[in-house]
Write a protein that binds this ligand. Structure first.
Ligand code: ACM
Length: 265
């Protein structure tokens, strides 16, 4: 099966959802794909200074402006979108990702492992790490940025049958892009890491984001890696069925070779 997957990289405008919906709409204009992944918190920006900032830019599913606008783009373009956003549920905020399918169905993941000052504003996610059908029934898992640091995240979704790990990110540490090669390889899954560019904050609190969004194949092959400051969308064709093959030799199927009795987790 030939399946087109895309990664989008851009610089969100800080605390300006309308402007970000407009930037994303322009970048997605005319895109021909089956699945596209957008960065973490791509509607609000990243480095919140107050709860009021989060409140003002957070989204309630499924009625928020961004959720609706991106859902319409998914339907019009006939592709699935995964994007990161600040989710509000009553008095609680989550750093979430949503899968929006062209048939109108949607699924939400709430970031499990919060990074640094995210802990001041967000509650750790309570959805768990699950697998959902994207366009064409391809099974995707969602994790958000710092979740990469915990190999259990990708492993859990791969063991549940994920073929593609969708990974909206706002990366500030220098290691993720290389580390994801191992995440793809050790789980034999495709991965799509969509990162942002630019910087936010100042002084000790300044965060510079590392770009280099990428799409990796099941043996860790780099199919796409964008430049550090590039803005745009890149697309490649993959065969998602390759992720169902966990054999690394005639005698090694990596999931059935596992020895959980010896893993003291
Ligand atoms: C991060 O998790 N956004 C670094």
């Amino acid at each position: 099966m030939s399946y087109r997957v895309s990664v989008l990289q851009f610089e969100p405008a800080y605390l300006n959802p309308r402007e970000n919906i407009s930037r994303l709409t322009q970048l997605l204009e005319g895109l021909e794909t089956d699945l596209v992944v957008l960065p973490e918190l791509c509607i609000s920006g990243y480095l919140f200074r107050s709860r009021e900032d989060v409140m003002a830019t957070s989204e309630v599913v499924p009625t928020s402006e961004a959720f609706t606008a991106l859902g319409e783009l998914a339907a019009k373009g006939d592709y699935s979108i995964v994007y990161g956003f600040a989710e509000r549920d009553g008095d609680t905020f989550y750093n979430s990702a949503a899968l929006l399918n062209p048939d109108g169905s949607h699924h939400v993941y709430r970031k499990t492992h919060l990074y640094y000052r995210e802990k001041l504003f967000f509650t750790p996610g309570n959805t768990g790490l699950n697998v959902y059908p994207a366009k064409g029934g391809v099974k995707i898992g969602m994790m958000v940025c710092f979740d990469w640091y915990f190999p259990e995240s990708a492993r859990t979704m791969a063991m549940k049958g994920a073929q593609i790990i969708c990974h909206p990110s706002n990366l500030v540490l220098p290691w993720c892009q290389q580390a994801m090669i191992t995440r793809s390889l050790e789980n034999r899954v495709f991965s799509i890491t969509s990162n942002r560019i630019g910087s936010e904050g100042e002084g000790d609190l300044k965060h510079s984001f590392t770009g280099m969004s990428q799409i990796l194949a099941t043996k860790g092959e780099i199919l796409v890696r964008m430049e550090r400051e590039e803005i745009g969308v890149k697309t490649v064709e993959i065969d998602p069925a390759l992720a169902l093959d966990k054999n690394v030799s005639d005698m090694n199927e990596i999931f059935s070779d596992r020895r959980p009795a010896f893993y003291e987790l």
